[in-house]
Design a protein around this ligand. Structure first.
Ligand SMILES: *Cc1c(COP(=O)(O)O)cnc(C)c1O
Length: 380
């Protein structure tokens, strides 16, 4: 069994992918061009954002957003303690300081009350200037944007949505990547919408930021890339990747997102009562980048993972370490806040196989093995 079966996904659309890649090869234009423009139009339409600007990866997307806001030294940017490294790395790279905020145990997303407490502490402390908050749509579930927007507004913070894992998720009838002042996503192969290499995108309704990001991603270009008006990056989505994404996005929207939601419902029905299952608040929809269960303690989690491995079932621990415990952040400025939920999650979470092409038989097998693990425990 595969944790996320990208080979099976490819076989399902093999002819279409081969065709689009061959067309691009034969046209001989490998940077920019019609496939990239078309993809940006399709994605902005789907997400419901005025602008989509593709770039080289999801980490650059975050960096471009922070650069367009002029965030730098002396600025505090609030990030969840429980997320992939990039979310905070981009802040440090911009010269600003990531300030870690605790998450909710049930949704894995940034806690609104922890955000407010942390912002107040930073203001009282008076050393850094609170500038922005990066909310992450972790494991595919949009963060609590109603609550987060209130805090952002009250304290004058810009809101950046890191939708690297969230593409396709919804709150009401609004899609992920439309909730932040700027939103970003990643097309890393294992994300909900992945390409066959690295890729990313930035979304916003703001014309000025969009124009600035279009300049920043091509060496700070002015009239053209040989007229350089600011220091930027080289961060473009390859034409071939755009071609792959045009095919994959159609499949994603037409049936993959529905399939993965069906798979998650099956898990939740079979596993509830046995382990703590992911909580999807009313009106929210996840794109199920991960299906993550919680166990009662670290020992049980580790033993279950070992047991599943011995049965040929892959599982992953996302994430093993709170960001504030990463060595790379050991010497940055820290403020004293409770990050208890993150610490506990790092010890108790386990992500089990999920993707649009998982079979009912595979899922039944996963559930049966988890059940027999707990039965065996009771006997032992
Ligand atoms: C994957 C990921 C990123 C970075 O995306 P890349 O395309 O790998 O650079 C950023 N934030 C989160 C939450 C991610 O999961």
């Amino acid at each position: 069994m595969e944790f996320r079966d990208l080979k099976k996904q490819y076989l399902n659309m093999e002819e279409k992918i081969k065709h689009v890649v061959q067309e691009i090869m034969e046209a001989g234009k490998f940077i920019g061009g019609e496939p990239v423009d078309r993809l940006e139009k399709e994605l902005s339409g789907y997400v419901g954002a005025k602008h989509c600007i593709t770039c080289a990866n999801g980490t650059d997307a975050l960096q471009l957003a922070l650069m367009s806001w002029g965030i730098g030294e002396g600025d505090a940017v609030f990030v969840p303690d429980f997320t992939f490294f990039s979310t905070a790395e981009a802040v440090s790279w911009a010269g600003a300081t990531p300030i870690f905020v605790d998450v909710e145990k049930t949704t894995f997303n940034m806690s609104v009350s922890s955000l407010e407490d942390t912002v107040i502490k930073i203001i009282r402390d008076g050393i850094l200037k609170p500038k922005a908050v990066i909310a992450v749509d972790l494991f595919g579930l949009p963060a609590d944007y109603d609550g987060l927007k209130k805090i952002a507004k009250q304290y004058g913070l810009l809101l950046l949505e890191d939708g690297a894992q969230g593409f396709g998720g919804m709150i009401g009838n609004k899609r992920a990547c439309s909730f932040g002042d700027i939103a970003t996503t990643s097309f890393f192969p294992a994300k909900p919408l992945g390409c066959y290499g690295d890729g990313g995108a930035v979304f916003t309704d703001d014309d000025n930021w969009a124009e600035l990001i279009r300049s920043l991603k091509v060496h700070g270009k002015g009239e053209n890339k040989y007229d350089n008006v600011r220091i930027g990056l080289n961060s473009r989505l390859d034409t071939i990747q755009a071609g792959v994404l045009l095919v994959k996005f159609k499949e994603f929207a037409e049936h993959e997102l529905a399939s993965v939601n069906q798979a998650s419902s099956y898990y939740s029905k079979e596993l509830s009562g046995l382990v703590d299952i992911p909580v999807i608040p009313a009106g929210f929809q996840s794109s199920w980048a991960q299906y993550t269960i919680r166990l009662e303690d670290e020992k049980t989690r580790n033993r279950l993972q070992e047991y599943l491995k011995s049965c040929g079932i892959p599982s992953m621990v996302y994430y093993m370490k709170p960001l504030h415990c990463q060595k790379a952040f050991s010497s940055i400025y820290h403020i004293d806040t409770s990050l208890e939920n993150t610490k506990q999650l790092c010890n108790t979470v386990l992500s089990i196989p999920i993707h649009p092409y998982i079979t009912l038989q595979e899922q039944a097998d996963v559930c049966q093995k988890i059940r027999s693990f707990f039965n065996g425990e009771q006997e032992g």
